[in-house]
Write a protein of this length. Structure first.
Length: 358
């Protein structure tokens, strides 16, 4: 099985991608709207087909990317029938199975943090994706969205702690750097829900947390009750509107050499190599402006922010860094030339100033 754990630093959310290695069918658990370019790039690079997006619950701290993933890749949206959300394709009940290839996840109703909380258990009982019901050495709050500490305590003990001790626990969030735990660990060491903690002790603790509401709650809740459907055009949220830009898993926007060759007059070409490379054996692209990477920050004023910028170097590594510098300084229409001058020459595209080796 293919498995990836992805992180959103703004909300401390984990997104999980699981795929059957043979069929390449996949499920994505708790996608985050702002990270969809990253997720789509990973999906394309791994050549997998997302069959479902799964929500562990209706989140209050970030907007889900489920709706946009359905629009872009056709992944069906699945979440609890008790979630209160509209626009999903599949509404899950306790015990339902979500297939992907020859594998599946079992949906277990684990209310308490919210009424619609689901824990997804892998078919061989080796992993459980617990949302906010059970965190590493903690649990989700129970003071809004119809939360109930009694329900949460019973959910954990009856539906999660009943799994084998070796079953790995993958939470929806972590705020201290932990990535995974296990049923055995949490049963023994969870200070709120461990086997030595009684239900009335747990409820008394949870009823006196006194936590402020999540910062994005007023935005996230209404959006997630519509499965993340954005107010603006979905395609523009995912794709650059000036060119067929692809975003790599590393977050670098890239553009194909052929497109650049055909549209060179519409863009600003920036060669970020050193001066002695500008006319070496690879040459340079006609009309390119030489701005070595080390000088780029000091020469940003020479570029027009309103006009698209395509950066390139020998292989694409330095120019990838250049696109990050441009983005951090307010340039929105930017891309890295895929493969740099090496790819450009491999495609047989025209160059200027090429000096024969030696």
């Amino acid at each position: 099985m293919i498995f990836r754990q992805l992180f959103d630093p703004q909300s401390s959310t984990y997104t999980y991608l699981l795929a059957d290695e043979h069929s390449r069918e996949a499920v994505i658990i708790d996608p985050v709207f702002e990270n969809l370019r990253r997720e789509i790039a990973l999906i394309e690079e791994l050549r997998i087909t997302p069959r479902y997006t799964l929500e562990t619950h209706v989140h209050a701290d970030h907007v889900t990317g489920a709706w946009l993933l359905r629009e872009k890749l056709g992944a069906q949206i699945a979440l609890s029938k008790l979630s209160g959300a509209e626009g999903a394709d599949v509404y899950l009940s306790h015990g339902d199975r979500i297939p992907f290839g020859k594998r599946y996840l079992e949906a277990r109703a684990t209310p308490g943090h919210t009424d619609g909380c689901m824990t997804y258990v892998l078919d061989d009982l080796s992993a459980a994706f617990t949302g906010d019901t059970l965190l590493v050495r903690g649990c989700g709050r129970t003071d809004f969205q119809h939360g109930c500490p009694h329900k949460l305590f019973r959910s954990v003990h009856e539906q999660i702690f009943s799994l084998p001790g070796s079953c790995l626990i993958y939470p929806a969030h972590d705020y201290s750097g932990s990535t995974v735990s296990s049923v055995a660990e949490e049963t023994e060491y969870n200070p709120r829900l461990g086997r030595h903690i009684r239900e009335d002790d747990f409820c008394g603790f949870m009823e006196n947390l006194g936590l402020p509401h999540p910062k994005k709650m007023d935005i996230a809740m209404p959006a997630n009750l519509k499965c993340g459907k954005p107010e603006t055009d979905a395609q523009r949220a995912l794709d650059a509107d000036w060119a067929p830009v692809k975003v790599t898993y590393a977050g670098i926007p890239e553009i194909a050499p052929q497109w650049v060759a055909e549209n060179a007059r519409k863009i600003q070409l920036v060669d970020v190599r050193e001066p002695d490379e500008f006319n070496d054996e690879l040459g340079h692209i006609a009309g390119a402006k030489l701005v070595p990477l080390g000088q780029l920050k000091d020469r940003l004023g020479e570029l027009d922010k309103a006009k698209p910028v395509v950066a390139y170097c020998r292989s694409g590594a330095r120019s990838a860094r250049a696109t990050q510098t441009l983005e951090h300084n307010g340039f929105s229409k930017i891309a890295n030339l895929t493969g740099g001058m090496l790819r450009w020459r491999a495609h047989g595209l025209p160059v200027e100033g090429a000096t024969p080796p030696g």
